[in-house]
Design a protein around this ligand. Structure first.
Ligand code: HEM
Length: 408
């Protein structure tokens, strides 16, 4: 089949293992031959940078999933969770929750987290120092964001080991194809983590001040916007969302970054010779293997998308898949997009989204990425791959299932 025929026949509901392992050739062929591609179910798949940005910025694009998630999740806990999370809502609810949460993400609060992140990374690296072989994802990348979010929510030590699993199960249920078992596991994870948060919230209400940790939790419990507080359900579901939003994405940034450096040894050498490149390097890792590959919006009004001369009129009510992973490799915006350049400038990558819903944790994610990858590379000068580097194979997220390495 020619590239054009493949692009025209693409069906996001029927993606296969080859796509999950490496979606980038498919993105490239869609972007070239059918950039505003209609799937057989009527939804559109956008792969050009300009169109993805337009969809995320346009005021007539909705993030509300109340209607779309009903047939998929029924009335179960996953439905309550996703339709109450700020990311899947429009105004006025979205702005209200975002304002309350932003209290915990001010530049001052982020600066306070800097030494804590340093300390957590140093502790993890010390533990790994004695090992000749380990897995970058399991033994390093996943631990850091879990610790940070657990601190923000005030989750006690003994419950922290369960958090990764909760988030994987809840997010796994968002994939285009999900088995009945996976769906049930997602519902159960919302219920279990929700019950734990309810307990923490009840304790925090009894003790409104005095605790050092749990800043986000406190902002959400006690914060008011125009005299209104979040309801108990809104409170719990947005705390769950915070774990989902900030945990796997950041772990993927860290492990993907190390994986990219192993694939491109010239770039590893460059970073070792000039560690000050870590900031542009992290932007490049975010562009090249964006942790969130595919987002979505619904057009509330008719809208034109696509390149000049090949515009497509999208009717009101249409569901759009916004492919960030493809936009970040668009040759109209990035020179040599399939090449890794850790000093790339400018680099207008949109891995954190853009517009009203732009990632609230983007500064935090970046700090975690700089610290974790920078220190890791410095600590292990003899780092090498020690087995198969394998992606986990979930369409919306780009992340590794394993990255086995040896360090001596
Ligand atoms: C490398 C790490 C991360 C990536 C790639 C990432 C990516 C994204 C993207 C693409 C969106 C926008 C979704 C949309 O427009 O529909 C988003 C939203 C969000 N992210 Fe992140 N994220 C990361 C880390 C974090 C962290 C560490 C936190 C907090 C602990 C966080 C919290 C949020 C929140 C609360 C939203 C919703 C914002 C809204 O709807 O207004 N993220 N993230």
């Amino acid at each position: 089949m020619s590239g054009k025929d493949m692009a025209l026949a693409f069906d996001y509901q029927k993606i296969d293992q080859a796509y999950l392992d490496d979606p980038f050739p498919t993105y490239a062929s869609l972007r070239e031959h059918d950039p505003v591609h209609q799937n057989p179910d009527g939804t559109y798949f956008l792969t050009r940078y300009e169109d993805v940005v337009l969809a995320m910025r346009h005021p007539a694009m909705s993030s509300d999933k109340t209607v779309d998630f009903k047939p998929r999740f029924g009335d179960g806990p996953l439905y309550t969770h996703h339709t109450t999370s700020l990311v899947f809502n429009d105004d006025p609810y979205h702005s209200r929750v975002r304002k309350l949460m932003s209290e915990a993400f001010t530049p001052r609060k982020m600066a306070e987290l800097d030494p804590i992140i340093d300390q957590i990374v140093d502790g993890l690296l010390d533990r790994l120092g004695g090992e000749g072989e380990f897995d970058v994802l399991r033994d390093f990348a996943l631990a850091l964001p879990t610790e940070i979010i657990a601190d923000m929510l005030g989750v006690p030590e003994e419950h922290r080991h369960k958090m990764h699993n909760y988030s994987t199960l809840i997010l796994g249920a968002l994939d285009p194809i999900v088995s009945d078992e996976k769906m049930q596991a997602g519902h159960d994870a919302v219920e279990e983590f929700g019950a734990l948060l309810e307990e923490l919230i009840a304790k925090r209400r009894e003790q409104p001040t005095g605790a050092e940790m749990g800043e986000v939790l406190a902002s959400l419990i006690f914060g008011e916007v125009e005299g209104e507080r979040l309801s108990p359900v809104e409170l719990v579901q947005n705390c769950i969302f915070l774990l989902n939003a900030g945990h796997e994405t950041t772990a993927n940034l860290v492990a993907n970054g190390v994986g990219i450096l192993l694939d491109f040894p010239d770039q590893m050498d460059r970073l070792r010779e000039d560690p000050s490149l870590i900031k542009t390097a992290v932007e490049e890792f975010l562009r090249f293997q964006s942790p969130l590959q595919v987002g979505n919006r619904k057009a509330l009004e008719e809208i034109e998308m696509g390149p000049e001369g090949r515009k497509v009129l999208i009717p009101a009510g249409t569901f759009l898949h916004t492919c960030i992973g493809a936009a970040n490799r668009d040759p109209e915006i990035f020179d040599d997009p399939e090449t890794v350049d850790i000093g790339r400038k400018p680099n207008p990558q949109i891995a954190f989204g853009i517009g009203k819903h732009i990632c609230m944790g983007n500064t935090l994610g970046r700090i975690e990425g700089h610290t974790a990858i920078g220190k890791f590379v410095k600590k292990f000068p003899k780092l090498r791959l020690n087995g198969e580097k394998r992606f986990h194979g979930r369409a919306r997220f780009r992340g590794l299932a394993q990255l086995p390495v040896a360090v001596n």
